[in-house]
Design a protein around this ligand. Sequence first.
Ligand code: NI
Length: 221
Amino acid sequence: MKATAEPVVHIDDDRFKVTEWRFAPGAETGWHRHGHDYVIVPLTDGTLALDHPGGTRTEARLTQGVPYSRRTGVEHNVTNGSDTAPLAFLEVEVVDDALARRRKATMERLAAAFNARDLDALMACMAADCAFHASAGPDAEGTRHIGRDAVRAAYAAVFDGFTQSEWGEARHIVDGDAGLSFWRLRATDRAGRKLDVRGCDIFAFDGDLIALKDSYRKARV
Ligand code: NI
């Protein structure tokens, strides 16, 4: 059995994970898939033997201090190609995209909950301290619903206003602390009138959850 490379974690916070990998001669990392974009900074010269899915093997020369970058999704087993010399590099992973992915997943769950008319599922997407600014209302922000009880009541009123509703063609974008969802609302109101308009939500987050849903939609005239 081959020796296993030794990981030493130097930084592990909400934005970066920095791991020093120390390889004895012939040691390997084992198969792994990279979940983040990353930069490798060789701490020594050396040769890596890289096993790839499908059974191919390549070699990569490492030069001390000369970095290279790779993207999320790389899958391989990495071995120190030398039988005599140890090898080491720093792996710098950008992990704040993990938060962005969790936020996008929250937006997808919210959209699904609207289409399922599921109030509990909707509120599970909202932060403890949350608000909903409706697309219409007396204020510059529309109608402002502040706090979980008010937000839940406002979401219930949205469902009550439509006998049928579907937020389709959804697309979700996260950029830093902001989220943007585009959608097309096709609905029928209590009076039997059909609605078919595009709109969007601008989100602010508290951690993974939505602190503010700020809604906009087209008015057909
Ligand atoms: Ni790797």
